[in-house]
Design a protein around this ligand. Structure first.
Ligand SMILES: *Cc1c(COP(=O)(O)O)cnc(C)c1O
Length: 361
């Protein structure tokens, strides 16, 4: 019976086009760093509107490469949010640096720029802001603070492929970048996927060159290795799959926007529903509602065959960070957030089933 079929929290969308692209890469004989990497990087940079895009193995490695490229090292501090996916802070720790948390706005889940300034110290080497779940954070304020203090701004845009803001009167995609450097994810749980993968975008040629060196063991030119790098390459095989995925970006975004609209219509008077700031375009990596009886709702959805998730975490509650103090915004978000099923192929009937459980609690 259709009513008993499981509704998954996410479902990547790939078809014959991606299969054909993988086949083309396999039969080309290149398989790793070949023409598909360069073609995918060109497509990606053009779609985002940035000068350079460097494909890497994940957003986690993208964040690490960006931090290393900006010179973040042992003993440095990087300002970031106390509520995110764990990869955001892990990347800072890979450098031997310490994440210094600032609280989030409990409604938007995004960094509160008013708190960033107070967290800046002589050891601050970068600000790592997150466009949480695809909702653009307040970049105008962050860029202004970063510029005033001469601290680089990194954007964790893992979930924000296709998210847009109005910037000096024009629509611009996130990752242009408005900060110094931005990092994207192509994990199947995100909007565009290559299985696993990521990208680093920047307008600065020197930063792009540094990221490319770090991606490939640290080689500058053959026989010259200024500092050891890593193997963070994304192979031709996966970049080939990314090309048709990027070609359908608008289609993927429109489908997600439609599903989000169905949820909002049915739920806005029952729970706190998400929406981007006026003038911004949400990428809808996830549709996360907030409600008081979250754990009860999660159990009721699971009983009804609906996969929901908590997803993001209050990182200051983890062992290495407990001394950093209280973050009431992050606590509130962590206790009340619930990610509902959202995929390109989610149907209105599925949304109806989810809404029926939540409104019937
Ligand atoms: C998913 C995610 C990451 C990690 O992306 P991977 O490609 O899986 O490494 C980093 N930051 C945020 C905010 C994310 O949501």
């Amino acid at each position: 019976m259709a009513v008993n079929t499981m509704i998954p929290v996410a479902r990547p969308w790939m078809d014959e086009q991606e299969a054909g692209a993988a086949r083309r890469a396999i039969l080309s004989g290149w398989v790793t760093q070949g023409p598909e990497v360069a073609a995918f990087e060109r497509e990606f940079a053009e779609a985002i509107g940035t000068a350079h895009a460097c494909a890497v193995s994940s957003c986690t490695t993208a964040l690490h490469a960006a931090l290393v490229a900006l010179g973040v090292g042992a003993g440095d501090e990087v300002i970031t949010v106390s509520h995110s996916f764990i990869a955001t802070t892990n990347a800072i720790r890979y450098c031997g640096a310490m994440p210094v948390f600032v609280d989030i706005d409990p409604v938007t889940f995004n960094i509160d720029p008013a708190l960033v300034e107070a967290a800046i110290s002589p050891r601050t080497k970068a600000i790592l802001a997150v466009h949480q779940l695809g909702m653009p954070c307040d970049l105008a304020s962050l860029v202004s603070i970063a510029t005033r203090h001469g601290v680089p701004l990194i954007e964790d845009a893992a979930c924000a492929i296709g998210s847009e803001i109005e910037w000096h009167g024009a629509w611009q995609r996130i990752g242009r970048p408005h900060g110094d450097i931005a990092c994207f994810s192509f994990h199947p749980r995100k909007i565009v996927t290559t299985g696993e993968g990521g990208a680093v975008t920047t307008d600065e040629a020197a930063l792009d060159a540094a990221v490319r060196r770090i991606r490939h063991h640290g080689w500058a030119t053959l026989g010259d290795m200024p500092a050891p790098g890593f193997n963070y390459r994304l192979p031709d095989l996966l970049c080939a799959i990314g090309i048709p995925q990027m070609a359908r970006l608008e289609e993927l975004l429109a489908a997600r926007e439609r599903v989000a609209g169905w949820y909002t219509e049915r739920l806005e008077h029952h729970v706190l529903t998400p929406s981007a700031a006026d003038g911004d375009r949400h990428g809808w990596q996830a549709y996360v509602v907030q409600l008081d009886r979250r754990d009860e709702a999660l159990a009721a959805l699971r009983d009804a065959g609906i996969e929901a998730q908590i997803g993001t975490w209050a990182l200051h509650r983890l062992e290495p960070y407990r001394a950093q103090g209280a973050f009431p915004g992050a606590d509130r978000a962590f206790e009340r957030a619930l990610a509902l099923p959202l995929a390109t192929t989610t149907t209105e009937e599925e949304v109806e089933r989810v809404a029926a459980v939540l409104t019937g609690l």
